[in-house]
Design a protein around this ligand. Structure first.
Ligand code: 5GP
Length: 176
């Protein structure tokens, strides 16, 4: 049992399962991107722990950088836009892998993919630790998925509830 602020969470994916699955993903990525010199773009804050463990096992030459995604609403009919903050590396002609903690509705990832594709990378793929297929609201191709999970709220291993709960070595789910 884990208490984060006013909510109680129960154990969901333990550290050994996470470790094993991430090692597999790292091997798969290393294989797929051999001789491609990929650029990993890690989405902060949630993906910091996943990225750290993933990258330790990626055995090919690569670069790693970090971005934040901020949503802001415009008063026009264009609705909510997404701004990618902190990307200094040119991504034109690069093989990009976005590293994310969780894909829920997929709307954030969809916008991020759109923003990055403007700069004409050679390829873009997504590596996410968690994926909630039932929550997806937009067509999205996610190549590397750690775990597909049901549509429930999770914390831990980088993921927060209201800023807290990121600092655990396993993943917890909101208790019923
Ligand atoms: P999406 O745009 O795919 O709906 O959501 C993306 C963001 O919502 C994630 O990067 C994450 O910050 C947050 N999010 C979605 N589901 C969860 C969840 O179950 N737990 C936590 N902690 N954050 C979530």
């Amino acid at each position: 049992m884990l208490t984060v602020k006013d909510k109680k969470f129960v154990s969901f994916i333990d550290k050994h399962q996470i470790e094993t699955r991430i090692a597999q993903l790292s091997r798969e990525i290393s294989e797929d991107y051999r001789h491609k010199n990929p650029l990993f773009i890690v989405v902060l804050n949630g993906a910091f722990m996943f990225a750290s463990d993933l990258m330790k096992n990626v055995s090919i030459p690569c670069e790693i950088t970090f971005v934040r995604v901020s949503s802001y609403s415009k008063t026009t009919s264009t609705g909510e836009l997404t701004e990618v903050l902190g990307l200094k590396e040119p991504i034109q002609n690069r093989h990009v892998i976005i590293v994310e903690d969780i894909v829920d509705t997929g709307l954030t990832m969809n916008k991020l993919l759109f923003q990055l594709s403007i700069h004409k990378p050679d390829s873009i793929q997504v590596a996410t630790l968690l994926f909630k297929p039932a929550a997806l609201k937009t067509p999205l191709s996610v190549k590397y998925v750690g775990f597909e999970i049901e549509n429930r709220f999770v914390v831990g291993y980088g993921l927060d509830y209201d800023g807290y709960g990121r600092n655990t070595d396993s993943i917890y789910v909101l208790a019923d």
